[in-house]
Design a protein. Structure first.
Length: 85
């Protein structure tokens, strides 16, 4: 697992999580943030939607994609705190 963070040019803090696994299945990737969508036996499909809701409540966004050299890449963008906060 590689975790990196940086300020982006759009006024946000970007935190990226990249693993070394096979990445997301391209056929299911568009649905992974949909409530009740799951690829796991016995899964509820609520984990990522709850994470998305928490990030959104802080004014941020979450992006899911496959890394350039493989692995699952999760990018979280959160607004930067005002200077001096």
């Amino acid at each position: 697992m590689r975790i990196t963070g940086r300020n982006d040019d759009g006024g946000s803090v970007c935190i990226e999580f990249l693993d070394s696994g096979p990445g997301f299945d391209p056929t299911t990737l568009p649905n992974l943030l949909d409530p009740f969508f799951t690829t796991k036996d016995g899964g509820t499909g609520l984990g990522l939607p709850i994470v998305q809701s928490i990030i959104s409540s802080h004014g941020g966004t979450i992006q899911l994609e496959n890394g350039p050299n493989g692995g699952a890449l999760v990018r979280v963008l959160l607004p930067r705190a005002p200077a001096g906060a």
